[in-house]
Write a protein that binds this ligand. Structure first.
Ligand code: C2E
Ligand code: CA
Ligand code: CA
Ligand code: CA
Length: 277
């Protein structure tokens, strides 16, 4: 990354005591980026290891910055959350992901779901159900192919969560708990919230082969999910050994660099074309 006259390098440098001015600069750049459509979605395939098929993708946002190039979400999502800009950004992500998924469907590729990350700021917004209802109507996506990823660490009021999740389920969309195992999991909520899928956090998957505690945790999460009738997917799968372990524990849905990195839509389409040959 180069430094330019506008000090763009500095505004992305995370520093614990970053000044109010830097925050403001970044906030204004995000606002401008939304207006000028500088955000772009990458999609990471989710694979059914029993068939080798792509069963879905996770939409992951990047900022295609005019001078800095592709900026990863870790550099701007936290400020977007702090400032509330995650609400319009998140709505753009939801809409764009649904439009893209529907384009793939209409081109005749086998049905795939699209998973979208949700931040608690969006969740607590009363408008979430309304926004999603509108997006479903606009894009004609079959709701069963839209999955929302929430995390255990999302701070939300339990009554509000039950109500909102209940209304989202009524719409027919899927709910997944992301980064499962890293927060305070109240197992009771898995049933109460009618969760469809758990995504085992990549920190456990990373050390499966070297840390027997992590291997035990992963095996336990998979068994528990199966007992509760909840689907389970593992993320961050990078090696054949990790994959083999997961398969031996009956986890057959995976996502990770071993198969594919997050890719621009055009490259996903090339993959889909290959599978149709
Ligand atoms: P996440 O939801 O846990 O997403 C998975 C992250 O792991 C992605 O990083 C992905 O590129 C990376 N990853 C995938 N496979 C592997 C692997 O095999 N090994 C390793 N080491 N990493 C892998 P990314 O795209 O940089 O996203 C980081 C985080 O930013 C996401 O973590 C999510 O919390 C947040 N994020 C991304 N897009 C959005 C969005 O549209 N809205 C919100 N609210 N958050 C988002
Ligand atoms: Ca995620
Ligand atoms: Ca995750
Ligand atoms: Ca994560």
């Amino acid at each position: 990354m180069k430094e330019d006259g506008k000090n763009n390098y500095n505004i992305f440098k995370p520093s614990p005591n970053s000044s109010g001015i830097e925050q403001l600069t970044l906030e204004n750049s995000i606002r401008k980026a939304l207006r000028e459509e500088e955000f772009v979605l990458y999609y990471q395939p989710q694979i059914d290891t029993l068939t080798g098929n792509i069963i879905g993708t996770e939409a992951l946002v990047r900022w295609n910055h005019p001078t800095l190039g592709l900026v990863p979400p870790a550099k701007f999502i936290p400020i977007a959350e702090e400032t509330g800009l995650i609400v319009p950004l998140g709505e753009w992500v939801l809409r764009t992901a649904c439009i893209q998924n529907q384009i793939w469907k209409e081109k005749g590729y086998p049905p795939m779901s699209v998973s979208v990350n949700l931040s608690s700021r969006q969740f607590s917004k009363q408008n979430l159900v309304k926004t999603i209802t509108e997006i479903l109507h606009e894009t004609h996506i079959d709701p069963q192919y839209l999955e929302l990823e929430i995390t255990e660490s999302m701070t939300m009021n339990v009554e509000v969560a039950i109500e909102v999740l209940g209304r989202l389920k009524e719409l027919g969309i899927q709910i997944c708990i992301d980064d499962f195992g890293t927060g305070y999991s109240n197992l009771y909520y898995l049933k109460l919230f009618s969760i469809d899928r758990l995504k085992i956090d990549q920190s456990f998957v990373r050390d499966i082969m070297t840390d027997s505690n992590d291997a035990d945790i992963v095996a336990t999460i998979i068994a528990m999910a199966h007992n509760l009738g909840i689907d389970v997917i593992a993320e961050g799968v990078e090696t054949k050994e990790q994959l083999d372990f997961l398969r031996s524990q009956n986890c057959h849905e995976v996502q990770g660099f071993y198969y594919h990195r997050p890719l621009p839509a055009e490259q996903i389409e090339q993959l889909l074309m290959k599978t149709m040959e």
